[in-house]
Write a protein that binds this ligand. Structure first.
Ligand SMILES: Cc1cc2nc3c(=O)[nH]c(=O)nc-3n(C[C@H](O)[C@H](O)[C@H](O)COP(=O)(O)O)c2cc1C
Length: 507
């Protein structure tokens, strides 16, 4: 038997050697037959090797092991504490490291602390400024950012929607239309991208009546017009025909098996004036607040937009800024790495443009790009965001292991794939609870940080309470780093009083 086995192995190695020597595709195999395969194998498992063996707790990107561990333990309601003290290098902290300056007199607990959901409502009523019929106060300062059905599996979308319902927040649909997986009871923000998926005619043109019907039939609280996303701004997308299944075709209103193209630009508008007209048209017809989601590139666009809005009294009810470090299902490296500003550089430019024309208390602001952690969310709120939206953090809460295979369709955890076998592994019953646990724990931590800063609500924490480490290792006030005037980022006194009242009394 042993002899047979050895002969078989030798024969196999001989075959591989002959194949490697004859092929011309890979020089390394021609030069190093058989052994050269090790290089491909190591390259393939490199991310896992680095993740589990080589990298230290804070090293990895996009999310370090400490950060992933915090999400996993929050999602599983496990012990979220870290023992013995920080393992961060305080002698050489990395640039951008957030320091929160606590108060000598922390705030006393509020009703939201004792509540099992730790509800933290938004300080503004979105759509109030423009008098939208369905203006509303978002129930949560943490919401789920857009990720289309198609880039995520149906089971993942369902888990997120049910998680949003349990946690009391909204889920943005992403640009791929509104599927049955989104219809699990959680509040929705319907996203319109350049493909107008789900609200288009056969030729791909936007149809207002379809949008009105969709908003009437579903718990759509707001509409988000996507201009761009941080990971791939100014770039269209293509879903290859092979991936256009019957269900995806039904949801998107496209043809089964045919390549599905999202252009880089919107067909319905081409400049600020026509964009504002489009926003007003859909807001009038549906009654819900309408916002824009964008990455930050061209500065002039934002000053022009804010100026035009201040002059005409029209415009989006909210603006969501996505940082260049944001995620995507698939994007070219030059775009994911180099196009658009990171959140901490881009958001202040936009906020300043609105604050300078006194619109910052009227328009709602959302932010995304690695903001799903207590200290980054607190910083974003202090910078003027009214809420943060989380995408990859929510994916991790439902099982994503940062395998970075979203673009291949082979996501091992069933989150970012359409492969029925892989998707089968993701149980929405369990994962929806994990998603909710993560969202609720993030709110709880935000409340605790706010209290440490002497405030009842995280949106009341002044930017003066935060400092950022510079590249020289010196800590500087965040307001100086972002060039903010005193009070920018804080709600108006009546907004602050009302949100405090909600936190303290009505829960
Ligand atoms: C798998 C995946 C799919 C996404 N799809 C969309 C989308 O359809 N529309 C959109 O505006 N952003 C999309 N995004 C971007 C996220 O909504 C978010 O803006 C970005 O990932 C930053 O948030 P994060 O750092 O919490 O992930 C997607 C991101 C991922 C990871």
């Amino acid at each position: 038997m042993w002899v047979g086995l050895i002969v078989a192995i030798v024969a196999l190695l001989a075959l591989v050697t002959v194949h490697d020597l004859l092929q011309t595709k890979h020089a390394i195999l021609r030069n190093f037959p058989v052994i050269g395969h090790l290089r491909f194998f190591l390259e393939k498992i490199g991310p896992e090797l680095r993740q589990y063996i080589v990298a230290d707790n804070d090293e990895e990107r996009p999310f370090s092991r400490d950060r992933r561990r915090w999400i996993y333990s929050s999602a599983k309601q496990e012990n979220q504490y870290f023992g013995f003290g920080s393992d961060n290098d305080f002698d050489r902290p990395e640039p951008g490291y957030v320091i929160i300056k606590h108060s000598a007199f922390p705030h006393r607990p509020v009703a939201a602390d004792a509540h099992s959901l730790h509800p933290v409502p938004v300080a503004k009523v979105i759509g109030e400024w423009r008098g939208r019929r369905h203006a509303f106060r978002p129930a949560s300062v943490v919401n789920i950012s857009g990720m289309s059905y198609g880039s995520l599996s149906g089971a993942a979308v369902e888990a997120l929607n049910r998680g949003a319902l349990l946690a009391g927040c909204w889920q943005s649909t992403g640009e791929g239309g509104l599927s049955t997986f989104h219809q699990q009871g959680g509040d929705l923000v319907f996203q319109i991208g350049t493909g107008y998926f789900g609200v288009r005619d056969r030729a791909g043109k936007f149809e207002l009546s379809q949008l009105v019907d969709l908003c009437t039939a579903n718990p759509v609280r707001a509409i988000e017009l996507k201009l761009s996303q941080g990971a791939k701004p100014g770039l269209g997308g293509l879903l290859p025909g092979a991936k256009v299944t019957k269900v995806i075709a039904q949801v998107r209103h496209i043809e089964v098996g045919k390549d599905c193209v999202s252009p880089a630009y919107h067909e319905t508008f081409s400049d600020i004036d026509t964009m504002l007209e489009f926003i007003e048209t859909i807001a009038d017809a549906t009654g819900v607040p309408v916002g824009i989601k964008s990455a930050v590139g061209d500065n002039q666009f934002w000053t022009d937009l804010a100026g035009r809005m201040a002059r005409t009294g029209t415009g989006p009810d909210f603006v969501v800024i996505d940082g260049g470090e944001g995620g995507t299902g698939a994007g070219p490296l030059a775009f994911t790495d180099h196009v658009s500003l990171p959140f901490r550089q881009g958001f202040p430019r936009v906020f300043r443009a609105f604050a300078e024309v006194d619109l910052h208390h009227k328009v709602g602001f959302g932010g995304s790009a690695k903001l799903g952690f207590p200290e980054t969310a607190l910083l974003a709120l202090a910078m003027g965001c009214d809420w943060v939206s989380v995408a990859r953090e929510a994916m991790m809460a439902i099982g994503c292991i940062q395998a970075q295979r979203c673009h291949t369709g082979h996501c091992p955890t069933g989150v970012a794939t359409n492969n029925p076998w892989l998707e089968h592994g993701l149980d929405p019953n369990l994962k929806s609870v994990r998603c909710a646990n993560y969202l609720v724990n993030l709110r709880r931590e935000l409340l605790r940080l706010a209290h440490a800063c002497g405030e009842s609500h995280p949106s009341l924490v002044d930017l003066d309470r935060l400092e950022l480490i510079g590249s020289d290792g010196v800590s500087r006030p965040a307001a100086d780093v972002f060039n903010y005037r005193q009070g920018w980022g804080l709600p108006l006194a009546p907004q602050a009083a009302e949100v405090q009242r909600l936190l303290i009394t009505t829960l």
